[in-house]
Design a protein around this ligand. Structure first.
Ligand SMILES: Cc1ncc(COP(=O)(O)O)c(C=O)c1O
Length: 382
């Protein structure tokens, strides 16, 4: 039998398919560009549904794709002072009513999370973070030997802001993910303002990071950016990502908004990478395409509603999510559920301690993917 990529995946089974997905580049080394593209799409044709990472199942909007295509030309040979990067800073600054000094671009928001921990934490100035929450800041703190205080989320999956404020005493950095990954919960503007004021009043030397990576998925009547507080508090900064609602995880663009001195410290502590021309033009187009972001938010909200309804119908509770993922209380270890789903070629989220024995994060795919995935969930949870 001739072993094509499609029946290769089928023959190996889902777990091998996962490693295959992870090593597509390696497997394809030496292949032509066309073969590589075909191989990648065959893996997806093989039926793997990826609900294990919070990316966008729909990718960039049509205007962004058009802008990308229009900029694939010989100009890409000139990139050491890349076109459109300064323009991206200007577009962001103008929209938020700040100056370019208040915007720090990075190749995704990840380097900003890493850089801020390196800038503000040390062996005697720790990190305060929630549990579970997005773990990059915590991981960086552990790497540099800074102590980590983790404040467990409430029974509703909400970040315990009072507990975080108490734990902030003497901390170098407080990381607050709003909306939170993995629980999907948000805090509204009053709660955020109260929290910021308390942390800043009681700990004037502590820096506070609010990660708003998922803000474009949140209902604007429920959640607002904390940006207005940045003007007042030099020790507060916000990060954003183009990897979520803008559908650009593969293009790696993120940014921080804050006061210049704070952003300079983050930039000085860790490399932010170089935004490339295509990433910049895509980010400008995606950022300005408000209609598409509104559509993406609504599409995701509808998919989230029917996915949550399916779990509730099966008797499982889901904390109220304002993101493109849900954190389901399956009353069983995530590892067990993950293995069962994997056998059916559906990938779901990793463990999120301390709730790994009860909850599993499921990223939301497209409508078609979720319809298929829900059939699998009903089978494995029956
Ligand atoms: C809350 C949060 N912040 C930051 C990131 C990093 O994303 P990126 O580096 O693609 O901007 C992620 C990625 O999943 C995330 O969930």
């Amino acid at each position: 039998m001739k072993l094509t990529r499609r029946n290769f995946v089928g023959t190996l089974g889902a777990s091998a398919a996962v490693s295959l997905l992870a090593s597509t580049t390696l497997v394809n080394r030496g292949a032509s560009a066309q073969t590589r593209v075909e191989s990648a799409s065959k893996i997806y044709d093989g039926g793997i549904i990826q609900l294990n990472q919070n990316e966008s199942a729909r990718g960039p909007g049509p205007k962004t794709l058009e802008a990308l295509h229009a900029h694939v030309n010989k100009r890409l040979g000139r990139g050491y002072s890349p076109d459109h990067v300064v323009e991206l800073e200007e577009v962001l600054a103008a929209y938020y009513g700040v100056t370019r000094d208040n915007v720090l671009l990075a190749t995704g928001s990840t380097p900003l999370l890493q850089g801020s921990v390196r800038a503000f934490c040390s062996a005697n100035r720790g990190l305060v973070t929630a549990a579970p929450t997005y773990a990059t800041s915590e991981g960086t703190a552990r790497t540099i030997g800074a102590p980590v205080r983790q404040v467990i989320v409430t029974a509703d999956g909400e970040i315990n802001l009072a507990g975080m404020a108490e734990a902030a005493s003497g901390a170098g950095l407080v990381y607050f993910c709003n909306p939170n990954n993995p629980t999907g919960t948000v805090h509204g503007p009053e709660a955020v303002e109260q929290f910021v004021r308390r942390v800043m009043r009681e700990n004037p030397d502590t820096v506070l990071h609010i990660d708003e990576a998922y803000i474009n998925y949140a209902d604007p009547s429920v959640m607002k950016t904390a940006l207005p507080l940045v003007q007042e508090f030099p020790n507060l900064f916000i990060t954003r990502s183009f990897s979520k609602a803008h559908g650009m995880a593969g293009l790696r663009v993120g940014y921080a908004l804050g006061q210049k001195a704070t952003l300079d410290k983050i930039r000085g502590a860790w490399g932010m990478g170089d935004i490339n021309m295509l990433g910049a033009i895509a980010a400008i187009t995606a950022f300005e395409d408000h209609d598409h972001i509104d559509w993406e938010r609504e599409e995701n909200a509808q998919i989230r509603a029917f996915t949550v309804a399916a779990f509730e119908d099966m008797g499982f509770k889901v904390p109220k999510s304002q993101t493109n993922h849900i954190f389901v209380n399956l009353r069983r270890p995530a590892a067990e559920f993950r293995a069962a789903c994997l056998r059916e070629k559906v990938l779901v989220g990793r463990d999120f301690p301390p709730l790994e024995n009860t909850h599993c994060r499921i990223s939301l795919g497209s409508r078609e993917e979720m319809e298929k995935a829900i059939e699998v969930f009903r089978r494995v949870l029956a």
